[in-house]
Design a protein around this ligand. Structure first.
Ligand SMILES: Cc1ncc(COP(=O)(O)O)c(C=O)c1O
Length: 447
């Protein structure tokens, strides 16, 4: 039986949508840095009978019967996470990165406490205290920034910590292209008596692959999503380091209690099984090669974009990500760039840049990353070609400028009609499709 036969027969509508998405991924370049293509083994673990099981509690201490094999799955995931990151405690039940980060707050803070994190428009994540996130509403959030050169302003972090006495400081971001200063932030947190939580969601795969410094000696707590460079299912890890246990010997059980029963109910054991499979894959020598290639590819893409006159925040990258700054083309140009590239089968996301002159919904940059194209087997030569595609597509739409609010709907509608007719963008799309055909995605899946 073909894996998808039952779905095709039962629900043609959803089958059709999944088939279309598979085709979209096969024929296009996924350059969103927070995405990846998981292995078929990971997909099989997720699409298994484990989905059906309730198992509130933790291995050996459950509120439901029939959890013998579930315990095997969760213990394996925990042990693999501990081994891979070199930590004494790991919780693998977080439903995703945001609830995992929320659990950290409630393990070490009370409502109203001061917390610090990287400002959203300087690359920080919503859950690090941004005003529209619950974390920015129930805690007193003090944001630190990047300097005009795009690097984290360590002096400002130190000054703000001295002035505000935070309980918790976050290091980690969603749009930052340089190595994180874990050691410096660890010293600042220690001087302030604060907990340092490193959110390594984006770079976790690079850390286990040995191409980014680990925060394990500097942070008390480490959180990560499992679906980005770790190449697993959508889920999260919350880990406590030796340093964390030294500061609070009960930190491990506090985290576990906040996750369950504090914030969540039954763990998603099918996802936890997928996480375990991904962590096994991440421990293999091939994954080290993969992680190294992700960074080499990002640097090669940066070189080509620089050569073609596209400005990058910080001028380049140390990791898997690039942030193109189109503010000198026109404020809000990220919207047009994202849509024109999408038209050419290149998926990126619009993003704010440090000192954003427009707004988070109409930002001036785009964020690009190499994890997915590297999973497909692409190398530096292909990055050069991709840099060329991007530059050609952007050149085609440079004349568009975001108008005032009243004129926007009509202007954007016209822009969309025009890019559909644009022959150059069609030509770029054909080039992209030819490149993708050389790197088949999921040849073992037929739908
Ligand atoms: C640094 C960082 N932390 C947390 C998250 C939140 O993860 P999720 O979208 O799974 O809730 C993200 C997602 O983009 C992220 O980049």
């Amino acid at each position: 039986m073909n894996w998808f036969d039952a779905l095709r027969a039962e629900d043609p509508e959803i089958f059709g949508a999944i088939k279309n998405e598979l085709q979209r991924r096969r024929e296009g370049l996924e350059l969103i840095p927070s995405e990846n293509h998981v292995s078929v083994a990971v997909m099989q673990a997720m699409g298994s009978v484990l989905n059906d099981k309730y198992s509130e509690g933790y291995p050996g201490h459950r509120y439901y019967g029939g959890t013998k094999y579930i315990d095997d799955v969760e213990r394996t995931a925990i042990e693999r996470a501990k081994e891979l990151f070199g930590v004494p405690h790991a919780n693998v039940q977080g439903y995703s990165g945001s609830p995992a980060n929320l659990a950290v707050y409630f393990a070490v803070c009370n409502v109203g406490d001061v917390i610090m994190g990287q400002n959203l428009t300087d690359g920080g994540h919503l859950t690090h205290g941004w005003k529209t996130s619950i974390t920015g509403k129930i805690f007193k959030s003090v944001s630190y920034h990047t300097k005009p050169d795009g690097y984290i302003d360590i002096d400002e972090v130190r000054k703000l910590a001295e002035e505000n006495h935070p309980k918790l400081i976050w290091v980690g971001a969603t749009a930052y292209t340089r190595e994180f200063p874990f050691e410096e932030l660890g010293d600042i947190a220690d001087s302030a008596g604060a907990f340092l939580a490193a959110d390594i969601s984006h770079i976790a795969g690079l850390i286990v692959g040995g191409v980014h410094k680990s925060p394990v000696n500097y942070a008390h707590i480490i959180t990560s999503t499992t679906h980005k460079t770790l190449r697993g299912p959508r889920g999260a890890l919350i880990m406590v380091t030796e340093k964390g246990l030294k500061k609070d010997p009960e930190l491990d059980s506090k985290i576990d209690k906040v996750v369950f029963p504090g914030l969540q109910g039954g763990p998603h054991e099918h996802t936890i099984a997928g996480i375990a499979v991904a962590l096994l894959e991440d421990s293999k020598p091939e994954f080290k090669e993969y992680a190294a290639q992700v960074v080499k590819n990002a640097k090669a893409l940066a070189d080509e974009l620089n050569r073609r006159g596209i400005k990058l925040v910080t001028g380049g990258t140390d990791n898997h990500m690039l942030l193109a700054d189109f503010s000198s083309v026109s404020p809000g140009f990220g919207q047009f760039a994202e849509e024109a590239l999408d038209r050419a089968n290149i998926t990126v996301n619009k993003n704010t840049i440090p000192g954003e002159p427009s707004s988070p919904f109409y930002p001036s940059g785009i964020r690009l990353g190499t994890p997915s194209v590297t999973t497909r087997g692409m190398k530096e030569g292909e990055m050069k070609a991709i840099g060329g595609f991007i530059a050609e597509a952007v050149q085609e739409i440079k004349g568009y400028k975001l108008p005032g609010k009243a004129e926007r709907p009509a202007y954007i509608k016209k822009f969309r009609e025009e890019i559909l007719q644009n022959e150059k963008l069609e030509e770029v799309k054909n080039g992209v499709m030819q490149l993708c055909a050389r790197f088949p995605l999921y040849p073992e899946l037929s739908m």
